[in-house]
Design a binder for this molecule. Structure first.
Ligand code: ITT
Length: 201
């Protein structure tokens, strides 16, 4: 049975990665025809993923998958964290002007704030939620690594050019797409979700 799932995201990088992990499984993934203005005012990735999934489910009335993710840097007190996509615009750490793209402004701000930091450990985290109204499923994934001193590579999106995954001498943006999926927070969370789908089939 082919199951339809709405992907509640406006981030193309995310959507591509989610679609890749679903290849070979019996799902038809749909993107929303309309972007909803959802206030992501939760205090955790999980809360925000649920807020998005619920809002899209209620509007489109179909099973919806949403995810909330970000980069956590413990030596910066957990920032950018749940503010990862709009880190450049936060008063915290000083507002960074967007010259070419928001992703680059985020990277520039993070490198500026970490210029003199020895402890460069960081991790990507994601919470994925599937909402069907009366019930939901969720899974989480994490990918550990370090923040590099300058950007490298052109793959992926967001902070990938400055994130060096543990055990690699390349940035996340230098990995092949399937290689990123095999170790990424998103790939890990989605594979756990698949296990749940299989068990509950
Ligand atoms: P939607 O809410 O529409 O899904 P968004 O980009 O606003 O899109 P989030 O609020 O979850 O989504 O923010 C995620 C941000 O975290 C994203 O914009 C990147 O800056 C960063 N991020 C998440 N996963 C990443 C990855 O795999 N590689 C690099 N950066 C990532």
């Amino acid at each position: 049975m082919l199951r339809r799932l709405l992907l509640a995201t406006t981030n193309r990088g995310k959507a591509e990665e989610i679609k890749r992990v679903f290849i070979g499984f019996d799902f038809e993934l749909l993107l929303p025809e309309k972007k909803l203005e959802v206030e992501e005012d939760g205090k955790s990735f999980l809360e925000n993923a649920y807020i998005k999934a619920r809002a899209y489910y209620e509007f489109f009335q179909m099973p919806t998958l949403a995810e909330d993710s970000g980069l956590v840097v413990p030596s910066l007190g957990g920032y950018p964290g749940i503010y990862s996509s709009r880190f450049y615009s936060l008063e915290w750490g000083g507002v960074e002007r967007v010259e070419t793209s928001k992703d680059l402004a985020n990277i520039k701000k993070l490198l500026r704030l970490m210029e003199n930091l020895q402890d460069r450990r960081a991790y990507f985290f994601t919470s994925v939620v599937v909402c069907t109204g009366g019930a939901g499923l969720w899974a989480e994934g994490r990918c550990d690594g370090h923040i590099m001193h300058e950007p490298r590579g052109h793959g992926g999106f967001g902070y990938d050019p400055i994130f060096q995954p543990e055990g690699y001498s390349k940035s996340m943006a230098e990995l092949e797409p399937e290689e990123k999926d095999s170790i990424s927070h998103r790939g890990r969370a989605l594979r756990k979700l698949m296990e749940l789908f299989m068990v509950l089939k």
